[in-house]
Design a protein around this ligand. Structure first.
Ligand SMILES: NCCC[C@H](NC(=O)CCC(=O)O)C(=O)O
Ligand SMILES: NC(=O)OP(=O)(O)O
Length: 316
């Protein structure tokens, strides 16, 4: 694997999921594979899970891992081509990425969307420039439009939790939030589920339609109660509008998942990528209840990252 920025970089999805599950059983089986190789993790936004699980994944494979919070600790980055840098930006991404590519064998990068200009965000300029100028394999740690390591961990979690039904019904439901949130976790989850052996239903209020490219094959409804019927997994997530880009169109009163709503499901397991705003997006009773899978999802982030890094190391 030369890079990992979306499901399009995965050739055999089942094999990657099984690899992650096998690594969960034997995390140190390949502890010499990454010997003398450096993994650089670069963050332009906050992170708890992605940072620690990817660092741990690299270490489990024997890699040296270096981490930089570029937004706080680095020079202010310029991304425009050919600009006269007489303003606030200090270093061009061309130079920064090229330098980091010399220090690292694999680079991971997190860069959220600005949620101001849809075309700009969806072009993934920062991620693409990093790939171009670092010249080493790049793994997305969550970009402007996708969060593939999260989606892989989510699929691993669903795979290991499926018992009764061969083709589970998976519902992605919009939830309220207090501020505009990127579409990337929802985009990515929908994109990965469309390639998995599940029935995917997406439910959200009017105006929160995700971009078509991510939702192929899904049933989409604005009726949350209808979506919940007989669900095996409910994935809870807020996102801002794609249509009215970056806008919050409703306070979403009534969209928070509760135990009462869960009654309509097939005892569905409840998922969320975390961090979660308790009692806004999801109730305490669900998060702490027997149906919650959120901690297992977070745990599986390590093995998802390890499976991806293993493939990248093998391709170096
Ligand atoms: N990396 C995982 C999720 C990141 C993002 N959450 C946030 O930005 C939370 C911000 C807040 O709650 O103030 C999201 O939900 O898409
Ligand atoms: N789920 C997730 O990506 O969490 P962090 O933002 O803490 O990395």
């Amino acid at each position: 694997m030369k890079q990992f920025t979306s499901i399009k970089d995965v050739q055999h999805l089942d094999e990657l999921v099984n690899e992650a599950l096998a690594l969960k059983q034997h995390p140190f089986k390949y502890k010499t594979l990454g010997e003398n190789k450096t993994l650089g993790l670069i963050f332009l936004n906050p992170s708890l899970r992605t940072r620690l699980s990817t660092q741990k994944a690299g270490q489990n494979l024997g890699m040296n891992v270096i981490v930089m919070n570029l937004d706080k600790e680095g020079w202010a980055l310029e991304t425009q081509e050919g600009t006269i840098m007489n303003g606030n930006t200090v270093e061009h991404i061309k130079d920064a990425a090229a330098v980091m590519g010399q220090y690292c064998d694999i680079i991971g990068i997190r860069s959220f969307p600005k949620l101001q200009n849809r075309e700009e965000d969806y072009q993934e300029e920062l991620l693409q420039q990093f790939i171009k100028y670092s010249k080493v394999p790049v793994v997305s740690l969550e970009s402007a439009t996708r969060h593939p390591l999260q989606s892989l961990a989510d699929l691993v979690t669903i795979t290991e939790s499926t018992t009764s039904r061969k083709r589970p019904k998976v519902v992605l439901t919009w939830a309220p939030h207090i501020k505009p949130i990127p579409q990337c976790v929802a985009n990515s989850f929908a994109e990965w589920m469309s390639q998995a052996d599940v029935e995917l239903v997406i439910t959200h209020p009017e105006g929160y339609e995700l971009a078509d490219e991510f939702t192929q094959g899904a049933t989409i409804t604005t009726n949350q109660d209808e979506a919940m019927q007989n669900a095996d997994f409910v994935y809870v997530k807020n996102w801002s509008s794609y249509r009215d880009y970056g806008q919050v169109l409703t306070d979403g009163a009534g969209w928070m998942l509760t135990n009462e709503k869960l009654q309509q499901t097939n005892s569905a397991r409840v998922m969320h990528c975390l961090p979660v705003r308790r009692n806004v997006e999801l109730s305490d009773e669900i998060l702490e209840g027997p149906n919650s899978l959120v901690l297992e999802q977070a745990n599986n982030r390590t093995y998802a990252a390890q499976a991806v890094l293993k493939r990248m190391l093998e391709a170096l």
